[in-house]
Design a protein around this ligand. Structure first.
Ligand SMILES: [Zn+2]
Length: 813
């Protein structure tokens, strides 16, 4: 009986589908959900009681899309009664769950399960999709579902588009964005207009910050401007950018058609959170819970958005509520865990992570994070004052002292300047593996652009050993991140990203001009015609067109802070942060503290930038001068070349690339043996950019030649900020410190070298003994030398030392 019913219905469906192209289906596809439902209702009224089954199931979908959830359930129930097939039963189960009818949901799920085998004979493709979804809802291994059920389906029916969409959805829900995007792309290869695939792809691109996002969204919008998942991505983008009013316009438009769109109600809760409308958010949450008492989304989603705005404490509260409402919301539990970790509450965070993992072992970010917590457990932990430093045991002897020294200075200087007592401890975690750093910070590996991240009381960062040699000044990164500790805590994490980064880069530059950022010749093209005002800076961070635009955002924000402080003074900046901490919007806080309007602020900044960028008009002249210099160099006309490069440097004094005038001048000074000029040149290069290991090395040797030991020490330390593992620099430092009689410092360096340069360990051990003797720390010196002799009894240097020690000790005694 069932077989006949299905076949007849399928034939009718095909006939009907043809007629419908101009009918409700076309309206539906364009996103005119209300009109589509009305049209279908008319059709159904005129053909009843012989309407095709597919019309009724379509009506259920359209009713659902229009928020008539209970009527959709009625349709689906009547369908299941007439035609108890697996896919409709599964759909009914899903809608029950949407309505919070969990007992009915479980029952329908079981029923769908029972109907799989029968359905498979008549509609194998569709049934395999149902089987995959059922397996997912039962908590089976998604990788296995993908490699068995969906793979089987794709192999046997390679052109069945819903298979790729379903596989993409599954991977997407588990956070495997790259894999999900591949499935969606496969779906789109077969049907370029598949809306769910386009929406899923856009969501993945959004999650992974892929440049193809905008184009994908545009394609979808052209087909259907109201596709809910697509609109949701737009809303997320706006919320991220803090454009809550615009986001609310989109949200309310969707809710007007479908007041029971739970995801959009959750997004609305997020928007209200950002608006500081706590009452509005609470009312909305209560209303949603009245519709579906299990709907944790209305807490989880605002919690996630809160966390994206660095409001980790509030996020923890929201996720805790989400988990209370639905203990099976593993995503909320994972978010809760991540936010606890960001607050430095590692114990509690690990507990929640483990619970989330036990419930859903297939969440990529949870799995990764647990692994990194295991790695961190192996790290060395150094507590000093307000700081808790965690780093790989092998790197601890090299980095610890220098890191704590820098942090202590930053802490004293910046707390005073920004008039704040920070909450402690401040955790600093330094990773020797970039992916570990990224997983610890954001849950997912990759993204080489990040060097360090600050969450308020926690700093995570790469060790220089995690980056290409010489490419990172880890002192600058640490100073930058600690500045975030100050500004985030000062504003109770209400700091907009752009201002936060602007102040951090500004403070870097104040500390060391070679740390900050410089105007680049490429900036002009990136900016385009119109110079940005202060109000445009946030977009460089929330929606950068390219990674270069993001870097430009850092530069411009730092320029803004420089300009603001020079125009209105540092107290105005500090007052701004106080105001932001009292929930004022950043731009108006900046304006009020400076006694101007936001418009004036924008205008003044544009004028400042215009002057700042004027220098780039000299690029043609600069290029001509560089050419002249190179031509003169080719014929070894050194003084002419020198003059030309100097001229070029005067034209664009911030240009510091490897092929720039300063680098060329250094070559000339090397060739012609002008040592003094070379020293000045290298110093000038360092003031523009410290990330130049070979220049540090050269500078160190030049100072060494002159026996200028304080400068040797300073240059070696500058080099160690780029490559602390470099043996030559460390040995130079030891030599300088010993020559200067800085025994205490030299002892620390020698101790470091024992670990760093094990081949020459005995040599440094001897230095240690000598230094201990110079410091008159006799018992230590004696222990040290005896240990050394136990290891190598015939080591003559050590024997001599022992003799000297015995004599010295008796002498002193
Ligand atoms: Zn930063």
């Amino acid at each position: 009986v069932l077989a006949v019913g299905l076949c007849a219905s399928a034939a009718l469906d095909a006939l009907a589908a043809e007629e419908e192209d101009s009918g409700y289906r076309a309206l539906w596809k364009r996103g005119a959900y209300r009109q589509a439902l009305e049209r279908l209702d008319e059709q159904l009224a005129s053909t009843l009681p012989n309407a095709p089954m597919s019309w009724v199931s379509d009506r259920a979908e359209l009713r659902f899309l229009n928020g008539e959830v209970d009527l959709a359930i009625e349709d689906l129930e009547s369908l299941v009664e007439a035609l108890p097939v697996a896919h409709i039963t599964l759909r009914l189960a899903e809608v029950y769950r949407y309505r919070g009818r969990m007992a009915d949901y479980e029952q329908a799920l079981d029923a769908a399960d029972r109907r799989i085998d029968a359905a498979y004979r008549y509609a194998p493709e569709q049934t395999l999709v149902v089987a995959g979804r059922l397996a997912e809802l039962r908590g089976e291994d998604p990788k296995r579902i993908l490699s068995t059920t969906y793979k089987l389906l794709m192999d046997s029916h390679p052109d069945y588009v819903p298979a790729y969409v379903a596989a993409g959805d599954l991977a997407h829900r588990k956070g495997s964005y790259a894999a999900a995007a591949q499935y969606y792309l496969q779906a789109l290869e077969r049907d370029a207009n598949e809306q769910e695939a386009l929406a899923g792809l856009a969501a993945c691109y959004w999650a992974s910050r892929d440049e193809r996002l905008e184009a994908t969204l545009e394609t979808l919008t052209k087909l259907n401007p109201h596709q809910p998942e697509g609109v949701a991505v737009r809303v997320e983008m706006l919320l991220d950018a803090g454009k809550t009013h615009e986001a609310l316009e989109h949200i309310d438009a969707v809710l007007k058609t479908n007041p029971n769109q739970l995801h959009f109600r959750a997004l609305k809760a997020a928007a209200l959170f950002l608006e500081d409308d706590d009452t509005g958010m609470a009312e909305l949450q209560a209303a949603v819970l009245a519709f579906n008492p299990q709907c944790s989304d209305v807490f989880r989603v605002p919690g996630r958005i809160a966390s994206r705005h660095y409001r980790f404490k509030e996020s923890v509260k929201l996720q805790r509520r989400a988990v209370e409402i639905d203990p099976a919301d593993h995503v909320a539990r994972a978010e809760l865990a991540f936010n606890l970790l960001r607050l430095g509450e590692d114990e509690a965070g690990r507990g929640e992570l483990e619970a989330a993992f036990a419930a859903d072992p297939y969440n990529v970010a949870v799995f990764n994070s647990l692994n990194v917590l295991d790695t961190l457990a192996e790290y060395e932990l150094v507590s000093e004052g307000p700081f808790m430093l965690q780093l790989p045991a092998a790197e601890a002897p090299v980095l610890t002292a220098s890191a704590l020294d820098l942090l202590t200075q930053a802490s004293a200087e910046l707390q005073r300047k920004y008039d704040l007592t920070i909450e402690t401890p401040v955790r600093v975690q330094i990773f020797d593996n970039h992916d570990d750093f990224m997983v610890r910070s954001l849950g997912l590996p990759g993204n080489p652009g990040h060097l360090g991240i600050c969450f308020g009381q926690l700093i995570t960062m790469d060790s220089p050993s995690a980056r290409p040699k010489g490419s990172m000044n880890w002192h600058a990164v640490l100073w930058h991140e600690f500045t975030h500790v100050i500004t985030l805590q000062k504003t109770k994490n209400r700091m907009p990203r752009w201002l936060s980064e602007g102040i951090s880069v500004y403070e870097e530059t104040l500390r060391n001009p070679g740390w900050g950022m410089r105007l680049k010749v490429t900036h002009q093209d990136l900016i385009g015609e119109e110079l940005p005002g202060a109000s445009d800076l946030e977009l460089f961070f929330t929606q950068p067109k390219t990674p270069e635009h993001l870097m430009l955002g850092y530069f411009l924000s730092a320029e803004f802070v420089t300009h603001y402080v020079s125009a209105h003074g540092e107290p105005a900046l500090v007052e701004t942060l106080d105001r932001i901490g009292r929930n004022e919007k950043a731009l108006s806080a900046l304006a009020v503290s400076a006694g101007v309007s936001v418009g004036q602020l924008d205008q003044a900044f544009r004028a400042y930038l215009e002057r700042r960028f004027e220098i780039l008009d000299r690029i043609p002249e600069f290029a001509a001068m560089m050419r002249r210099g190179l031509e003169a160099s080719a014929t070894e006309s050194w003084s002419e070349a020198e003059q030309a490069f100097q001229e070029a440097h005067t034209l664009l004094p911030e240009y510091h690339d490897d092929d720039g005038p300063l680098a060329r001048l250094a070559e000339i000074y090397e060739t012609t043996g002008q040592k003094d000029a070379l020293v000045r040149n290298l110093q000038a290069q360092m003031e523009l950019n410290t990330e130049n290991l070979s220049a540090w090395r050269r500078l160190t040797t030049l100072y060494k030649d002159r026996s200028d030991w304080p400068k040797v020490a300073a240059a070696a330390e500058g080099g160690a900020a780029i490559d602390p593992f470099d043996l030559g620099q460390a040995r130079d430092l030891l030599e300088a410190q010993r020559a200067m009689g800085a025994h205490e410092e030299a002892l620390a360096t020698a101790t470091r070298l024992v670990v760093l340069d094990s081949a020459r360990a005995p040599e440094y051990q001897v230095s240690r003994v000598e230094l201990l003797m110079a410091l008159r720390r006799w018992p230590e010196a004696k222990r040290q030398v005896i240990a050394l002799l136990e290891e190598s009894p015939h080591y003559w240097e050590a024997q001599k030392l022992l003799l000297a020690l015995v004599e010295g000790a008796s002498y002193v005694r």
